[in-house]
Design a protein around this ligand. Structure first.
Ligand code: GDP
Ligand code: IMO
Ligand code: MG
Length: 429
């Protein structure tokens, strides 16, 4: 039976999901984004073009692929229109390749304002949100107040919009937040008109019928497991289910239809925004990783915090997601380090543990490292498994042994072509 493969980030986001989805798309008929919204920034590079996608699935550049924005995604029509315009400029036939779930929720201009007001009110305790209105939109979804894509064609859409905005105005008054809505609203309604020109579908029916027809599907996650609403470093998380279960609820796929779970991680760790980060390096080494890896947010441009690979956190994410294959990204970034550290355990209130506990704040938790010899070799031109230096193979084998899942892809640069398949197991079974 054909199943849905799921590709998701195992750390704090920005693992390289966009690149890998683009690389894998030729193997699939359909790519479906299952959660998050324009807080995501998924980068693809090929033929000298670098492109960042926020809401549109990363299979969009492939002529034969169908790209579905699932019901679990939240859409800002303003950003969506910009994404479509940018793709059209590159000659991508968006209309024929892009389908939108009628059940996906809409980010209103006032959701963005509430996000900003809420962050301002938190002061030093702020989440470090991307300020795209993600939290407030998911709050309205679970609070049963939200507007959905399917609503935009209804005759009373404007009334529904106004009623929700009135509620939001009360909240903004509570926060004593100053704003000018009129300009924001104009751009928003222009975006709504663009949405109306697209194929709006009941994606759960479409996807399940596609499976019956024998079409292959890859579900594309956003953010990463450590930002998950339930299992991430709460409250410093995003507001959706970034884990494999989110692919079920965000696309309408039954759990027994999930096939391979492809977990992406960087050869080190990064995090953007606030919140605990056990292996963070606040020193020259961290700065070196940031510079070499060009670790600046794809959506906000903020510098990403950098640190060593964290195995207890990785193991936790592998367990929660049921990861069957690992994809290691940005191995090339560590090429200029004579020694590389990996966190294998934590000291938690003085006791050595090998799992991720409830509280990972620096107050309680201290990483315990193993040191390995670096590879001191430029990897960016390599194309085959057999060309990898011994020290990198040692690093890979060490991780595989520690987490008990094979690493089937090693990425050695941002371009499509800089992707090495390891012949342990095919990426698509
Ligand atoms: P995503 O959110 O998971 O799609 O990841 P982002 O696009 O936000 O961030 C990953 C960044 O690393 C992008 O700038 C990619 O172009 C880049 N990238 C992806 N894979 C590699 C790699 O193997 N090596 C290097 N040097 N850069 C990479
Ligand atoms: P991709 O899909 C990295 C982080 C924000 C903040 C927290 C909450 O590109 O990996 P939100 O705007 O969701 O309310 O912010 O989550 N965050 C991300 N960090 N990559 C992302 O997406 C992120 N999306 C949100 O920085 O700390
Ligand atoms: Mg990103």
């Amino acid at each position: 039976m054909i199943k849905v493969d799921v590709l998701l980030g195992l750390q704090w986001g920005d693992e390289g999901k966009g690149k890998i989805v683009d690389v894998l798309t030729p193997k699939y008929d359909i790519i479906g984004r299952f959660q998050g919204g324009p807080n995501a920034g998924h980068t693809l590079e090929f033929n000298g073009i670098k492109h960042v996608l926020h809401t549109i699935p990363s299979g969009i550049f492939h002529e034969k692929s169908i790209n579905i924005v699932g019901n679990g995604v939240v859409i800002d029509p303003v950003i969506f229109k910009k994404e479509i315009d940018a793709l059209k400029k590159l000659g991508v036939d968006v209309k024929s390749r892009l389908l939108l779930s009628k059940r996906a929720h809409l980010i209103l201009p006032t959701h963005r304002l509430i996000d900003a007001a809420s962050e301002a009110a938190k002061g030093k305790e702020k989440i470090g949100s991307t300020l795209k209105g993600i939290g407030p939109t998911y709050m309205d979804k679970t609070g049963r107040n939200g507007l959905r894509v399917g609503d935009i064609v209804l005759p009373d859409f404007k009334d529904k919009y106004k009623a929700l905005v009135e509620k939001h105005k009360q909240l903004l008054k509570y926060h004593d937040f100053k704003y000018d809505l009129s300009e924001l609203e104009q751009a928003w309604f222009e975006g709504i008109e663009v949405l109306k020109t697209l194929q709006l579908i009941e994606s759960e029916h479409y996807i399940n019928q596609a499976l019956i027809n024998g079409q292959s599907i890859l579900a594309e996650g956003a953010q990463g497991s450590m930002l998950d609403i339930d299992f991430g470093s709460y409250p410093f998380v995003t507001s959706s289910s970034t884990i494999c279960a989110g692919a079920c609820t965000g696309l309408g796929i039954a759990p027994n239809k999930i096939g391979e779970v492809l977990g992406i991680f960087k050869a080190y760790c990064t995090r953007v925004g606030s919140g605990p980060f056990p292996t963070e390096l606040n020193d020259a080494t961290g700065e070196n990783i940031r510079k070499t890896g060009n670790e600046f947010g794809s959506t906000t441009g903020r510098p990403r915090r950098c640190g060593w690979l964290d195995l207890p956190a990785l193991r936790y994410a592998i367990t929660i997601n049921g990861v069957t294959q690992l994809l290691m990204m940005k191995a090339d970034v560590l090429s200029n380090f004579p020694t590389i550290r990996i966190c294998t355990h934590y000291k938690y209130d003085g006791k050595v543990i090998d799992y991720l506990p409830y509280d990972i704040s620096a107050e309680h938790l201290e990483p315990v490292y193993t040191e390995m010899k670096g590879w001191n070799k430029d990897l960016t031109g390599l194309t085959q498994d057999g060309q990898l230096p011994d020290e990198l193979n040692n690093y890979i084998h060490f991780i595989e042994k520690e987490v008990n899942v094979p690493i089937t892809v090693v990425s050695v640069g941002p371009d499509r072509t800089q992707t090495i398949l390891r012949n342990k197991k095919p990426v698509v079974a």
